[in-house]
Design a protein around this ligand. Structure first.
Ligand code: SF4
Length: 341
């Protein structure tokens, strides 16, 4: 049984069965960049914002500055920050404890009913009028991918924070800080003790189900980054429907949207298979193919003109803007794009 961390909470609630399938972890470029920025946010603790190191990371700097500004506009003055605070939430005993990490997000041995996780930042604020100290559990997200405001991951971390607190808390304040080149966006919300306990109960039920050996698969939005995507029978069955003789059946306007999204998944799977075959062909002497052929790796050269360099040469010979414009070829074509409804 694979270990689920707080970041997999949404997937666990959608599809508990994924915990029992083989996982393949892929480290995407976006995930690596997110990890790098998280590390920078951590080092910002206690460092002057005008320092050279901070100025070299405008995205992280802007995100941090905007968070502080936003809290101040809500009458809350940030007074203390803890970064990368790790917890283990025990869904069986409904308790939680803080962890000391041995490495970046390395949680060591945990029980099947425990979920470790790391809070990106706990920002302790002082209410400017009452002086009350209010902690905010903050999840930093970098990149364009919008995060659900009621993120299951954040609820799990908020529950761990609540259950490990020395003082009883009836409410936990949370914030998702979504940051990218366009700026930072914040979603603050409070979760009551009852909300969070109900969430812990659902997580516990899902872990219990998988521990007892039940593998119930349920496809949905969380499939996209599922570590079991490559071994999931439910995904394979859906792909077979698309590529089988007769295909997905009549493509009507009512069904086309669902078929489109299945098609994208199927193409991704086929591309992954193709890439693996190419990798094997490159690594050895090629691959024997039916019919006496071989699939081999070859080097080809493709030449194209560098438009920018040509433009610079033309300008160097006195070409005017108007003359350069006559060389620009604009083609209008029709394509499709997924947009937010
Ligand atoms: S791909 Fe989707 S259905 Fe399959 S195991 Fe993962 S979450 Fe479940």
């Amino acid at each position: 049984m694979n270990k689920v961390t707080a970041s997999g909470s949404g997937r666990l609630l959608q599809c508990a069965g994924h915990v029992r399938l083989p996982w393949v972890r892929e480290n995407s470029a976006a995930a690596s960049e997110g990890t790098r920025l998280h590390a920078i946010m951590e080092t910002m603790e206690g460092k002057p914002l005008e320092s050279e190191a901070m100025q070299a990371e405008p995205l992280a700097l802007a995100a941090w500055g905007e968070l502080a500004h936003k809290l101040l506009s809500m009458g809350l003055e940030p007074v203390r920050v803890e970064h990368e605070v790790a917890y283990v939430l025990d869904t069986a005993t409904r308790t939680a404890r803080r962890l000391t990490l041995t490495g970046p997000r390395e949680y060591g041995v945990t029980q099947w009913h425990e979920m470790p996780g790391t809070i990106d930042a706990i920002v302790w604020c002082s209410h400017v009028e009452t002086g009350e100290e209010i902690p905010f559990v903050i999840d930093w997200k970098f990149g364009m991918e919008p995060v659900r405001p009621d993120s299951a991951q954040l609820r799990t971390l908020a529950a761990a924070f609540m259950l490990s607190s020395a003082e009883p808390l009836d409410m936990v304040h949370t914030g998702i800080a979504q940051s990218n080149e366009a700026g930072a966006h914040f979603d603050f919300r409070g979760y009551s003790r009852d909300d969070l306990m109900a969430h812990v109960e659902l997580l516990g039920d899902a872990l219990n189900e998988t521990h007892e050996g039940r593998v119930v698969l349920s496809r949905g939005p969380e499939c996209r980054y599922c570590p079991a995507l490559g071994s999931c029978p439910s995904q394979l069955a859906a792909m077979s429907v698309i590529v089988s003789p007769g295909g997905p059946g009549p493509i009507t306007p009512e069904r086309a949207g669902a078929i489109w999204s299945e098609l994208k998944q199927a193409k991704k799977r086929l591309e992954a298979i193709e890439e693996e075959c190419k990798r094997l062909a490159e690594a050895g002497d090629g691959l024997p193919l039916p019919g006496g052929k071989r699939l081999v790796s070859v080097q080809r050269t493709r030449a194209s003109m560098d438009a920018k360099a040509l433009e610079a040469i033309a300008r160097g010979h006195g070409a005017s803007d108007g003359e350069i414009e006559t060389c620009r070829k604009i083609t209008t074509y029709t394509t499709t794009q997924e947009i937010k409804a």
